[in-house]
Each structure stands twice: as C-alpha cells, then as structure tokens.
Ligand binder design. Structure first.
Ligand SMILES: [Zn+2]
Length: 250
C-alpha cells in the first residue's frame, strides 16, 4: 500500500477567494509550487463545485463550502446545497455575519443561516470554519461558541472586549496585509495570543500594491508580523505553521 506523502508546508493562506481571480489556475499553480497551504473559500454553494474542480489535483489548496453573509439575502435558498457539500470538504467558509447593513430583516436572515450551519457542524471536531464578523462580532461569538468545529475569525476588527471573548471561546485569528497596514488592526493583532495567529490574504479583495493579494502575499504578512512582534520572520513563519498544524491536526 502506498503511504500518502506528508505535505511539507511553507506558509498558510487561511482565507483566499481563488475562484474570483482573473486567472485562477496561475494562482493555484503558484500556491502549489511554493507549498502554501491555501483555504479556497467560496461565497455561495452554487460555485463550490467549480472551485472544487479547479483544485481537485492540488496538494496544498483546499476548497471550502460557504455562503457569504452579504449574499444570504439573495442566496439563502442555497442553504440545503451547502449541507450536501459539507460532506465533501472539512473547510467551511466564507460564512458569518455582516452588520454593515442596518436592515434588521437581513441581519436576522444572516443569523439564521449561521446558526443553521453551526448546528450542522457543532459535533464535527474535524471541520474548520473561516468566519467573517464585520460589525457583528458579538453575535458571531454567541452563535459559534461551544461548537466542536474549529473557528478562525478572518480579518477580525472587533473591540478589545470582543477579542477577549473570542479568545475565551478558543477561536483563532487569520491576519492579512490590510490589517497590518492599519493602526487599529496592528493594535488588535498585538493583543492576540501568538499561538492563535494564522496568515491569510482575502485576495483578490485585498490589494498588494501591484495588484490583488495572492497566496504568496502571506510572506509579506509574515514579515509584517515579525516587525510587530519583534521576532525574526523565520520564527514567525514557523509559529504560524505550528499554530495551523496544531489547530487543524494536519
Ligand atoms: Zn473573504
């Protein structure tokens, strides 16, 4: 019997919209060549099969099944499809809440979808959730606290108090370059336990100077974290990989 090779990881991109780049195959190839473990989030169940197909042969890029909170209003009928795809991947995202809208009906629909997903994965210690929480951290924490699935809060932008609650709930945090470019983002990152921190890009939404961030941009994020933490980039690289492996048992 052939023993599967243990992948040698170099970096982690815990939240990337691979399917939304102009040339996704190039981005995927780059991540594969450089051994960057990438969670390819999707915004709706109807595009999951496409993304899963794009990365089917990959060792380092994994598809995630998601329903973006900002699409819940128009796509909530896809929730059953999300349940079907749950058995095909351990990664779930992008999911969460986004209270940029003040429409109470839309917010309630988002909460309902997130609670439904939380119920489905509450006993699955193997599942990994990458979660959006813009202006809604408190509700995200109350819905996801206590589930067995691993929760990674992507691009966390809540208050110090909310951060403490998220830490208390055992959540991890994935940090992107845009967070490190803002004073408030850096202040929050400094308050996060270093053994809970991962890297991400949120590409192609986040820009990387020359163009959209790609999984290789996590190298710059590691350098940014190293500067912030006054550690060497190689120590930070090793720490974020350790955090990822430990949390996800990879
Ligand atoms: Zn995203």
């Amino acid at each position: 019997m052939r023993v599967p090779e243990e992948p040698v990881l170099s970096f982690v991109d815990a939240h990337c919209h691979i399917d939304l780049y102009k040339h996704p195959q190039q981005i995927i190839q780059q991540a594969e060549n450089e051994h960057i473990y990438t969670i390819a989030v999707t915004n709706a169940p109807s595009v999951f099969a496409h993304t899963a197909g794009l990365v089917a042969q990959c060792k380092y890029v994994r598809p995630a099944i998601g329903l973006h909170p900002e699409l819940v209003h128009s796509h909530k009928h896809e929730i059953e499809a999300l349940r079907v795809h749950l058995s095909q991947t351990r990664y779930v995202g992008e999911i969460g809440l986004d209270y940029s809208t003040s429409d109470e009906e839309i917010r309630a629909a988002q909460r309902q979808v997130l609670s439904t997903i939380a119920n489905w994965v509450s006993e699955s210690a193997d599942k990994v959730l990458t979660v959006h929480s813009r202006r809604a951290t408190r509700d995200v924490i109350s819905i996801l606290s206590g589930i067995k699935a691993k929760v990674i809060l992507h691009w966390f932008s809540g208050t110090k108090k909310e951060l403490d609650r998220a830490i208390g709930s055992g959540f991890l945090f994935s940090i992107n370059s845009a967070m490190l470019h803002s004073e408030a983002g850096r202040a929050l990152v400094l308050q996060m336990p270093r053994d809970r921190v991962l890297t991400e890009t949120d590409g192609p939404f986040v820009q990387d100077g020359a163009g959209p961030a790609t999984p290789t941009t996590v190298k710059a994020t590691v350098r940014g974290l190293a500067e912030l933490w006054e550690q060497s980039p190689s120590d930070v690289q090793a720490a974020t990989l350790d955090n990822f492996r430990r949390a996800l048992a990879i």
